[in-house]
Design a protein around this ligand. Structure first.
Ligand code: ADP
Ligand code: ZN
Ligand code: ZN
Length: 855
């Protein structure tokens, strides 16, 4: 870990984090421990009347104040952030207008900064004495003996571990005395934050074979034969094994119980030891090691450029634009391999692990040993373990969602951002409002790492960066099907012939396939023809024939819940959340309506609260409703639903995926999640129930987002030699987004969308700052918003921001959240950041710089 030359250190600049005070303050280093200080350490400092924690961000030669206080202690000798991360934090803090302390805090695992423990071990002198067989104390007290024996037996221990080993004993006083006499050493350290470290109890064989046999004979003279057999089996087991054996294994293999083991312990044949084990979230997953395939010619071209980046230390990110199945992941794997070969580390970001299990599995199959996976189902302890392993350089790869960008790798060489257009890379719900894509680019420049940003549908801003040459642009235009042999195998399994015209030979063996083009179905025509079903006649036919052929289908819905707008067909009254003003969503299984913003619930009314009509039960379209409509249409269909409601349970994603890919269901019905990286060879039909939902949201990226999700979901069809078909049902068939999505025409979409952005003055042409104020009283929120907006207007004029405009103040699209009314102001301009930085609003304002969502 880099640090400044030790001799000149007198002062430290520390980012402290106390609620409401996030600032940088200078302290001096205590004379006696000066040499222990490093950049990035977590320390405890006096702050007002209290002690608070902070991170060392600099060692200034002179403090900014004349009077400095001393740092109280170092909470962990190993820095919690690297010096690159400190630089990154400065950058994020500047660009997102978030306090530096808060930004640094986002980089360390939750709970870390509030938990520190003391580590105890024997002093080097004591260790020397023990080696020479000498006593440490001439007349030790029982409590000294207990503590010293424990440290001799188990080595260095944390206070909390000693608490467990010596319960009800006041060992801390004893430890204090022994520390003063130089017999033991203690220093602060970070403990597991909110969970206890996990220990495994093991049985160790502690005598020799011969005396064991003897003892066994004396054992044989008493006790029941069955008990004896168990004890002998247990003993045999630990004698056979070179290392101590986990108790669970002994219980299972020898049929022994704890009492049996106690007998062995009493006879001094064995002892129980506690061994800390790192929690491994990946254990139990079936990973078959895999070799890297030869690259296709297109991949080779892409790889040559990236390799050049590795060799030259290119600071420009690579935008890897390739349709789903075009071989991007294979490129990432290559890049990771290259990184590891150079002795460096890789961060691989994926939008959400649970949705991309196949991508993760591929990384784990290629690099089984030193990979850490971060995902939402990990406990804080598991997260902490991964962080700790990475910090010590014990991992080569960390794969995870946006927070993975803060992995404290000492020697970073590669950052991959898969599906880099995904909004989940932005932290919108709390400060710092950072975007992991932008963060990745900054960090790669700071650390000299290669940065690969992959997407089938890059966001317009990213594509524009590449077009202007700020980024490198690499394309993989064709979908790789598979090797000829495996295609044959799949076809044989499916029992049908391929539509061979779809394939082109790539080389001797590899085949590529065209993307299936989508059929646009005009739902207005369906209505006119008297079809009131949510499925067009064409989709109905295709669903039936897919089932006949024993193939699978996906039905996609750009929504969640069982329906969105519950409204009265007679008077049009819509049920809304009383707290958020948002439409409530019906959940039939629970017979209730829910607000997805604040969690408000109520029962489903039988009659319209306004006009009393019974036709209030006519509902919009949700996954549950699609499912029942489908079952009405095809009574024997086996269905699965994949949405936020069916995936709440731990492990649910993997379960649903597993069921569907093992063909335990014919049709999967789902929302946005379905669009992610699934590879399902038997899927030959994708039906988009309503393609245009989402197009009309008041957000400058609504069109882009709709194009992306439609393209991704359409890409799920025909990843197999069986071919595939996509049906887009819409009420707006001429819309350029629907047209571009049906033809998989990214360039069409991009040109048109870029033109729209230019005209309307949105990114990438102008920057946006979104300011939001919330209040329980709508009038107050409005008032505060207009007061600040008026000031902004004044500054814009006085300071000559000629092309800068305000939008608003207006109520936000979701106008009320958790009982608070939201008002927003958008500032659009070439450099709104400077304007807002110069005139920061009060801390009650939420400030977002270039947020990807402005609803
Ligand atoms: P993407 O990440 O763009 O969706 P993948 O890397 O997953 O694409 O590749 C799609 C499919 O093609 C996968 O099944 C993958 O194993 C296979 N594949 C990729 N590259 C090669 C290659 N060079 N040789 C053989 N198969 C490949
Ligand atoms: Zn009504
Ligand atoms: Zn609500």
């Amino acid at each position: 870990m880099p640090s400044k030359t030790q001799t000149t250190l007198n002062y430290a600049r520390i980012a402290v984090n106390v609620p409401h005070v996030q600032g940088i303050f200078d302290y001096h280093l205590p004379e006696t421990t000066k040499d222990d200080f490093r950049l990035g350490q977590l320390v405890e400092v006096p702050f007002g009347r209290q002690s608070v924690q902070g991170v060392i961000v600099d060692f200034p030669e002179k403090p900014e104040v004349t009077q400095t206080k001393a740092i109280q202690k170092i909470l962990d000798l190993t820095p919690v952030v690297t010096s690159n991360q400190i630089e990154l934090a400065h950058h994020i803090s500047r660009e997102t207008l978030s306090p530096l302390g808060l930004t640094l805090l986002a980089m360390v695992p939750a709970g870390l900064s509030v938990q520190a423990d003391t580590q105890y071990c024997l002093s080097p002198t004591s260790e020397g004495l023990i080696k020479e067989g000498q006593a440490l104390l001439s007349e030790p007290t029982p409590s000294q003996t207990r503590l010293l024996d424990l440290l001799i037996k188990r080595g260095s221990l944390r206070g909390r571990q000693i608490d467990r080993a010596l319960p009800h004993k006041n060992w801390r006083r004893t430890a204090g005395g022994l520390t003063r006499r130089g017999i033991i050493k203690s220093h602060s350290t970070l403990a597991d934050p909110s969970v206890r470290p996990k220990y495994e109890r093991q049985l160790e064989f502690i005598t020799d074979q011969e005396s064991a046999r003897e003892q066994m004979d004396t054992l044989a003279k008493k006790g029941y034969p069955e008990a004896l057999a168990r004890r002998q089996a247990a003993l045999e087991l630990i004698m056979k094994e070179p290392d101590p054996v986990p108790l669970s294994v002994i219980y299972e293999q020898a049929g022994a119980n704890l009492n049996d083991l106690k007998v062995l312990i009493k006879k001094e044949l064995a002892k129980i030891i506690e061994v800390p084990v790192l929690r491994d979230p990946l254990s139990g997953l079936d990973i078959t090691p895999q070799e890297a395939p030869d690259l296709t010619p297109a991949q080779q071209g892409v790889w040559d450029s990236i390799l050049e980046g590795f060799q030259n230390g290119s600071a420009k990110p690579f935008l890897l634009h390739g349709v789903t199945g075009s071989g991007k992941t294979e490129i990432y794997l290559r890049a990771v391999e290259e990184t590891i070969a150079a002795g460096k580390k890789a961060i691989v970001m994926v939008p959400e692990i649970a949705l991309t299990p196949q991508t993760v599995t591929r990384f784990m199959s290629r690099f089984p040993d030193r990979i850490g996976v971060l995902h939402s189902e990990l406990s804080p302890g598991e997260r902490y373990d991964t962080w700790r392993l990475a910090r010590h350089g014990a991992l080569d790869i960390v794969i995870g969602p946006r927070s993975a960008i803060f992995t404290p790798f000492p020697d970073l060489g590669l950052i991959v951002v898969d599906e880099c257009h995904d909004d989940s890379y932005y932290q919108g719900d709390m400060s710092p409002h950072y975007h992991a894509l932008r963060t990745a680019i900054t960090l790669s420049a700071i650390s000299g790492s290669v940065c690969i940003l992959g997407s089938a549908t890059p966001d317009v801003t990213s594509r524009y960066q590449a077009e202007r040459g700020k980024w490198n642009y690499l394309a993989l235009p064709e979908r790789i099907l598979a090797h000829r042999e495996s295609i044959q195998v799949q076809l044989n399994q499916a029992g049908s012939g391929p539509s061979s015209s779809r394939y082109q030979d790539l080389d001797d063996n590899l085949l590529v396939a065209d993307l299936p083009s989508a059929n646009i179905i005009d739902m207005r025509t369906e209505l006119k023809a008297g079809n009131r079903s949510i499925f067009s006649r064409e989709l109905q036919e295709k669903l039936a024939s897919t089932l006949d052929k024993k193939q699978q289908a996906i039905l996609f819905l750009n929504r969640r819940g069982s329906s969105t707008y519950i409204f009265c067909r007679d008077c049009g009254y819509a049920l809304r959340c009383p707290r958020c003003e948002t439409s409530l969503t019906a959940h039939f299984a629970e017979k209730e309506l829910r607000c997805h913003l604040c969690g408000y619930r109520r029962n489903i009314p039988h009659t319209c609260p306004k006009c009393g009509s019974q036709r209030i039960r006519h509902l919009g379209t949700g996954t549950q409703q699609v499912e029942s409509a489908l079952k009405e249409l095809l009574p024997n269909v086996r269905t699965l639903r994949w949405d936020r409601d069916t995936t709440r349970k731990k492990g649910a994603h993997w379960e649903i995926m597993e069921k569907f890919s093992s063909h335990q269901a014919d049709v999967i019905i789902g929302t946005q999640m379905l669009a992610k990286g699934l590879d399902l060879p038997l899927v030959t039909l994708v039906g988009v129930v309503l393609a245009d939902s989402g197009l009309n949201l008041p957000d400058f990226r609504a069109a882009e987002r709709t194009f992306q999700v439609l393209t991704q979901v359409a890409g799920r069809a025909g990843r197999s030699p069986l071919g595939g078909e996509v049906i887009l049902q819409t009420f707006d068939p001429e819309h350029y987004i629907i047209q571009a999505a049906s033809g998989h025409d990214y360039e069409d979409f991009y040109r048109q969308e870029l033109e729209n952005r230019r005209e309307l003055g949105y990114p990438p042409f102008l920057k946006i700052i979104r300011l939001e104020i919330r209040d329980r009283n709508p009038k107050t929120a409005e008032k505060k918003a207009s007061v600040y907006a008026a000031s902004l207007k004044g500054w814009i004029e006085q300071e000559g921001y000629r092309s800068t405009r305000l939008v608003g103040p207006t109520p936000a699209y979701f106008s009320k959240i958790r009982g608070e009314w939201r008002w927003q102001i958008l500032i659009k301009g070439p450099n709104p950041l400077k304007l807002v930085r110069d005139h920061l609003p009060s801390p009650e304002w939420i400030v977002e710089v270039d947020p990807p969502v402005i609803l």
